[in-house]
Design a protein around this ligand. Structure first.
Ligand code: HEM
Length: 199
């Protein structure tokens, strides 16, 4: 859709309403509901194998998206012209903004729930504590600075007088922090391997 007539959102409510419009209503609903409902279904199933599958699915999705974003899409976006970058970001940013925070909560929630269904909290191993600490850092990064940068990017894209300099600078900061996110994700996968082998 074209956002050329839109104004820069004045507040959070306005921003989310235009973000939902830009991403499309069905996408926005699915992006929030699916990653949050799956861990709940896994937990109420009472079967650790179901929860394990949910956790793997959401975890693989988050990890894959993080690699793709940091290694491929970020550098490609950075090398586009101002107009092409704004156009690409207009489709990409609202969808990612709506999708990735629920996915991150779904992965961490399903991991904590899985550990409880497997009885691991009775005597947590160092890997389990490390996973919890890394998850807290990942969530703080995602809901904190990464959220602030992508919201700012969306505001610039939605405005009819896009400040391309601010957009590029936010894009750059986002790109650098997404490498930190990727490093934390690689570390948490190390702890997942540790859990598997009982460390
Ligand atoms: C970015 C976040 C995460 C990703 C990508 C992820 C990914 C994975 C993967 C690929 C496995 C399968 C390998 C294995 O069996 O060990 C797994 C298993 C598991 N994860 Fe996670 N995970 C994440 C976060 C968490 C968190 C925060 C917790 C709990 C605090 C957790 C708890 C578990 C448990 C208990 C298992 C099963 C271990 C076992 O098979 O013995 N995960 N996770």
């Amino acid at each position: 859709m074209s956002l050329t007539d839109a104004q820069r959102p004045a507040n959070r409510r306005e921003r989310y309403s235009s973000m939902v419009d830009a991403a499309s209503r069905p996408f926005a609903a699915g992006a929030v509901v699916v990653p949050l409902i799956l861990p709940v279904l896994g937990y109420v199933s009472g079967d650790a194998r179901v929860m394990f599958t949910v956790h793997l699915f959401l975890g693989a999705f988050w990890f894959g998206t993080a690699v793709l974003g940091a290694v491929v899409l970020g550098p490609v976006m950075g090398s586009l012209s101002e107009e092409a970058n704004a156009e690409f970001a207009a489709g990409f940013v609202p969808r990612m903004n709506l999708l990735m925070e629920p996915v991150s909560v779904g992965v961490v929630g399903s991991g904590i729930g899985l550990a409880s269904m497997m009885g691991l909290w009775a005597s947590p191993t160092p890997s389990l504590w490390a996973a919890l600490a890394l998850a807290a850092a990942l969530l703080a990064l995602g809901f904190g600075p990464l959220h602030t940068f992508t919201s700012g990017m969306f505001d610039e894209i939605a405005a009819d007088d896009t400040d391309h300099e601010r957009l590029a600078s936010l894009n750059k900061k986002y790109g650098m922090l997404s490498l930190v996110e990727l490093a934390l994700m690689v570390a948490i996968l190390g702890t997942m391997a540790g859990l598997r082998w009982g460390f």
